[in-house]
Design a protein around this ligand. Structure first.
Ligand SMILES: *Cc1c(COP(=O)(O)O)cnc(C)c1O
Length: 350
C-alpha cells in the first residue's frame, strides 16, 4: 500500500473501480487526522470519542475524496467539463480538481444558498458559476438532464465514482483506530456520504470479517426529509451544506441506517450551533455548521441517556470552519481598535 500522503487513488487502487489506464488524479486528498476528543467526550462520560477531521482535505471538505475518483474517471472517458449542482462544497471541489486537470467546471448553485467561502473558492479556481433562482434540489434536477451529454461528466454524488472515493474515509478510520468504531455519527444531506461510509465498512467486513459500526445520521430539523419520510419542499437550516429537501441517495441512506441498526434523527439549528461552539471552544476544531450536526446528535442522545456505554465513537467533521465565516461570527462582535498602551493590555489580560 502506498504511504499516507499519497492520494486516495494510489493508496486504495485495489478497492476502487480504477485500472492501470485511470489517471492518478490527486491533490493529496484523504489521510485526514482522527483526533481524540479532549473535553466533549469526558464531559459526556464517553471515554473513546474521536473526530475524523475531513475539513483538512485540499478544498476543505470530504467531497475531495469522491471528486478525485470522479475526475479521474471523467478524464479516462475523455470528458472536457465537470458539471454539478451544489450547496457549495461540491462546486469548490469540482472547481479545484478541474483546474488541476485542465478541465472546465460548470457549477449550478441556489441563489443565496451557498456560504461565502465556498463561492469564493469556485470563483478563484476559475469555475463557471450559474446562480439559479431555486433550491439545491431544483439545481440538481436541472443538471441531471445533461448527465448523458458527450464530453460532460456529472460529478454530483449520483455519480457512482463519488461514493466509491468517499468510502475510503471508512478505510482510514479502521486503519487509524485499529478496528471499526462501535458507532459513527455523520451529518446527512443528499445521503451520499452515509452511503459511502456504510459501503466502506461493509467491504472491510467482507474482506477481513470486521464488525461494522451502528450508523447515526443527523439531519437539520427544518431539512429532514429522511426523518419525515417525505420530501421537504422548502428546506430551512443555518447548515447550508445539508439544506436539501429531496436527497438523491435516499434509499441507500435509509439502508445504511436499517442494516446497521442505527437511526437518522433531527437536531435543531440551536443544537447545531451549540455543538459548533463546543467544537471550537472545547476541542480547538473549527468546522462549518453542517459538520457539527453529527456532534449535536451525539450530545443530544448522550445527555438523554440514550447511548448505552462502551465502545469507540467517531464523529465525522465534514467541512472546514473557514468555509462559512458568516456563521462563525454570528452574534459576535469583532473588537474595535484601542490605543496600544500597557494599561489597555493589562486590562485585557485581567
Ligand atoms: C456535502 C456535505 C454534507 C452532506 O453530505 P451528503 O453526502 O450530501 O449527505 C455534510 N457536510 C458538508 C460540509 C458537506 O459538504
Amino acid at each position: 500500500m502506498a504511504a499516507m500522503g499519497a492520494g486516495i487513488i494510489d493508496r486504495y487502487a485495489a478497492y476502487l473501480p480504477v485500472t492501470a489506464a485511470t489517471p492518478r488524479v490527486t491533490l493529496g486528498e484523504g489521510s485526514t487526522p482522527l483526533i481524540r476528543s479532549s473535553r466533549i467526550g469526558p464531559s459526556l462520560g464517553i471515554e473513546q470519542l474521536y473526530f475524523k477531521y475531513e475539513g483538512l482535505n485540499p478544498s476543505g471538505s470530504f467531497k475531495d475524496r469522491g471528486m478525485a475518483v470522479a475526475t479521474a474517471k471523467a478524464l479516462e472517458a475523455k470528458a472536457r467539463t465537470l458539471l454539478c449542482a451544489s450547496t457549495g462544497n461540491t462546486s469548490a471541489s469540482a472547481a479545484a480538481y478541474a483546474a488541476r486537470c485542465g478541465l472546465r467546471a460548470v457549477v449550478v448553485v441556489p441563489a443565496g444558498g451557498v456560504a461565502a467561502g465556498k463561492l469564493a473558492q469556485a470563483l478563484a479556481y476559475g469555475a463557471s458559476i450559474l446562480v439559479v433562482n431555486g433550491s439545491f434540489d431544483v439545481a440538481l434536477r436541472l443538471v441531471r438532464q445533461l448527465a448523458g451529454e458527450p464530453g460532460v461528466a456529472l460529478v454530483n454524488s449520483v455519480n457512482p465514482f463519488r461514493i466509491e472515493g468517499q468510502k475510503t474515509a471508512a478505510f482510514e478510520i479502521v486503519e487509524q483506530l485499529g478496528d471499526a468504531p462501535a458507532r459513527l455519527f455523520i451529518p446527512v444531506g443528499n445521503g451520499g456520504n452515509i452511503t459511502a461510509y456504510w459501503r466502506g465498512f461493509t467491504e472491510l467486513q467482507r474482506r477481513d470479517g470486521r464488525s461494522r459500526p451502528v450508523m447515526y445520521g443527523a439531519q437539520a430539523e427544518g431539512a429532514a426529509p429522511l426523518v419525515r419520510g417525505k420530501p421537504v419542499p422548502r428546506p430551512r437550516t443555518i447548515a447550508s451544506a445539508i439544506r436539501i429537501g429531496n436527497p438523491a441517495s435516499w434509499n441507500s441512506a435509509i439502508a445504511a441506517k436499517d442494516e446497521s441498526g442505527g437511526t437518522i434523527a433531527t437536531v435543531t439549528d440551536a443544537e447545531i450551533m451549540a455543538a459548533h461552539r463546543r467544537l471550537s471552544r472545547e476541542e480547538g476544531l473549527l468546522v462549518e455548521p453542517a459538520s457539527a450536526a453529527g456532534v449535536a446528535l451525539l450530545i443530544k442522545m448522550a445527555s438523554a441517556g440514550r447511548l448505552s456505554d462502551g465502545g469507540s465513537i467517531v464523529c465525522v467533521l465534514t467541512g472546514h470552519g473557514l468555509k462559512d465565516p458568516q456563521a462563525l461570527t454570528r452574534g459576535l462582535r469583532l473588537p474595535r481598535p484601542v490605543r496600544p498602551t500597557l494599561s489597555t493590555l493589562m486590562r485585557a489580560i485581567g
